[in-house]
Design a protein around this ligand. Sequence first.
Ligand SMILES: [Zn+2]
Length: 340
Amino acid sequence: MSFSITERLANGTVLGAEGYVFELERRGYIKAGPFVPEVVLDFPDAVRELHREFLRAGAEVMVALTYYAHREKLRDVGREADLEAMNRQAVRIAREVAREGDALVAGNVCNTWAYDPDDPATRQTVRAMYTEQLGWAVEEGIDFVISETNDYLGEALIALEVTRGLGLPAMVTLAPTQPDRTRDGYEYAEACRILAAEGAQVVGLNCDRGPQTMVPLIAGIRQAVDCAVAVQPVPYRTEPAAPTMETLRSPGGERAFPIALDPFVCTRFEMAQFALQARELGVNYVGICCGAGPHHVRAMAEALGREVPASRYSPSMDLHPMFRADVSAKDAAFLSSWNA
Ligand SMILES: [Zn+2]
């Protein structure tokens, strides 16, 4: 029998993996800009395969690809009629692959772009979108809900309320795009404290910041709550001068976000180091967001001391023709040019 998210968190670090939208965009199945996961209906095998790659790399949660699969976004791309089918199919695919291993299935909702703290009517709009999305997800079978990339505490609280109403555990994470507080003015740690007090089982941060600029925000959150903490950075080399992926600039000064971020990608070793650092700081759900590749996830899993299915093909540089101890004389003659 598979352990629940609460049991897993009580027993040790849970490894998550996200970034489906960015990765499937790179592979040619999602349009950058709207970033609507049309791939779920148009190329379900592509979604299945990426889930499987993350599963093999050690991810313990298959997050249904319903990110931005809400009414407002689907209307933008003229596919509002596909809303229900897209949401149901995303959960079905995630479940199918989760069963190939021992992973849980998370329903997924995110910031809607419809929420306006100064316009109370938008609360109802947002609640309706979450209610329909998560209603379908529950019918298809999810183990818990991840509400993520929340810019506003107010919007996150609506997702939490809907999730609790469905009787499911909730993981709610904020998008740390601002220096130290949500768009509606709550310091990240304080917003997490409120979410925990309102019944979230897991709170924390995801997306936007790379490890270097996300890690410093962890301690305050860890201190503010007794519940589990989740941290899922993007694997990009953000730094104090450019703390988020949105602020990274090319040497020529152009904005790198969202489709020219390649030069800033962290290596698997940097992400492995992050996983250890996060666990050390008391993070219970360690993951990765936009930009993630399965190689990052496997390195994080192995750093946490796990052997995962994809470990069978983990690097063996001792078998590389040029790096092995017994490099042949014919090849050794060229080593100097590799070291130049
Ligand atoms: Zn992300």
